[in-house]
Design a protein around this ligand. Structure first.
Ligand SMILES: [Zn+2]
Length: 463
């Protein structure tokens, strides 16, 4: 078991001790993963303790909103890039939001490149609800779990890419294709100042990307999860109008009554979708989710609301996620006819993110997409099993790459791990983290050795 960073202090007596003691100190350092840059003592950079220590180093950088420390994260990643001898550059599409781009040049740079993407920002925390401080990266010695915000989403992945490359370089492997690593800001607040601007940039077009890997989700069982698409998010506000009336009066068509009829109907639809998931007939990403996020009604009074008055207006807001396999037009019809019909004095506003291109937001997950097949094989070669291809329930940065017609696969190598993304006590087990490094080693090796050209352009047009 290892400690996080620790400093060693030398007393004069130590200098008098025989060389044997120094050797012992070196061994101790290596086994506990401590680092001491100011000393001439060599640290084994490949020791498991040191690898975990580097992961913890990244996790301790507070990149949570509202003030993610992007500069510190960028400096950390660059220091890692230097230690692995990768080319690096920092780009600020928006001031203060650093994107770090690393490159491992391939022998045939004209072939479409591989992009390994990860985001550096994390969602906020409620520290008092955590068992361990969320930016201490505490390693529980009894379980091997590392507790930290970002341990699953997705600092693990960013560091695993780097560790896999470190191992591949040490083994003498040389990529055929250029391998890029992007560490992007802003994902948790929509990615507009991060991956979206990056995907639209000249820097990106010059990279000639052929395949993007981005984040996935942990799996509670032994099957790793692979995502080929994600749901589109919409927001819906429905408004109901009706004659106001005395609080004591029973009458038809009040705004509240009209709104509640709609809410009941929406709830029935929600249940029908959720039942499919509960019955195991569909995965979460394959159904349309709808959840009420606000309710607004009532006539304000100095003490709160007028209690003897039925208001003339009422509204409710909903978060809707639509899988790419669903028909958005049929949903719109349902809203107009059942959830907010004008016949019941209702109006609605549906805001859907605009599609930037005609490319469907799907990546092929069959033999027409060699990247999908290679990824599956690479996972299996590390004794991992892959579950059914899935649609990612919320949005990720992968959509910005898919919108450009590029294949993008969501994959985070975490099996036998509860899904704690955005939750309290987010953790990743150190053994699972180490296994993930070997899986990426196998994937990057397979991708960077893939010497075929023909399908890239064809599949880009198709996907
Ligand atoms: Zn994420």
């Amino acid at each position: 078991m290892m400690m996080r960073r620790c400093k060693l202090y030398y007393s004069p007596i130590q200098y008098l001790l025989p060389i044997l003691l120094v050797v012992t100190v070196v061994e101790l350092l290596t086994s506990c993963g401590c680092s001491n840059d100011s000393s001439s003592l060599e640290v084994d950079v490949d020791a498991p303790g040191t690898i975990i220590s580097r992961f913890q180093g990244y996790l301790t950088i507070n990149t949570a909103y509202p003030n993610p420390n992007y500069l510190e994260a960028a400096n950390f990643i660059i220091s890692q890039a230097k230690s692995v001898s990768l080319d690096f550059q920092t780009i600020e599409f928006v001031n203060g939001k650093h994107l770090v781009l690393l490159k491992w040049p391939g022998k045939k740079p004209y072939l479409p490149s591989i992009l390994l993407n990860s985001h550096t920002d994390v969602v906020p925390v409620e520290p008092h609800k955590w068992s361990h401080p969320p930016f201490d990266a505490h390693l529980d010695p009894s379980t091997g779990n590392i507790y930290a915000r970002g341990s699953q989403d997705m600092k693990c992945v960013g560091m695993q890419y780097l560790e896999a490359i470190r191992k591949l370089k040490a083994s003498g492997f040389q990529p055929i294709r250029n391998v890029y690593l992007s560490f992007v800001p802003d994902e948790e607040i929509g990615g507009h100042d991060g991956a979206e601007k990056f995907a639209d940039s000249d820097v990106f077009s010059k990279m000639n990307v052929g395949i993007v890997l981005d984040e996935g989700l942990p799996s509670p069982d032994e099957n790793y999860r692979m995502f080929y698409a994600e749901r589109t998010s919409c927001s819906l506000i429905i408004k109901a109008f009706g004659a106001p009336g005395h609080g004591a009066k029973l009458y038809d068509n009040s705004a509240m009554e009209n709104l509640f009829k709609s809410i009941e109907s929406i709830r029935r639809f929600r249940d029908s979708q959720f039942d499919l998931v509960k019955a195991g007939l569909r995965a979460e990403g394959e159904v349309t989710s709808i959840n009420m996020v606000f309710l607004k009604a009532g006539t304000p009074s100095p003490s709160g609301f007028a209690m003897n008055l039925q208001p003339s207006e009422a509204q409710a807001g909903f978060d809707i996620r639509i899988p790419p396999t669903a028909d958005p037009e049929s949903l719109e019809r349902r809203i107009a006819e059942e959830w907010a019909p004008s016949s019941r004095n209702m109006t609605f506003q549906l805001v859907r993110s605009k599609k930037k291109s005609e490319y469907p937001n799907l990546t092929a997950f069959d033999s027409s997409n060699p990247w999908w097949m290679l990824l599956q094989e690479a996972v299996r070669s590390e004794n991992g099993e892959v579950g059914k291809p899935e649609i990612f329930p919320p949005a990720t940065d992968a959509r910005y790459f898919r919108e450009r017609g590029l294949p993008a696969i969501g994959f985070s190598p975490m099996s036998k791990t509860p899904n704690l993304l955005h939750d309290h006590d987010e953790f990743l087990n150190q053994n699972e983290y180490m296994k993930g490094i070997n899986i990426y080693k196998s994937i990057i090796k397979a991708y960077a050795s893939f010497d075929e050209y023909p399908r890239d352009d064809v599949s880009r047009a198709e996907l």
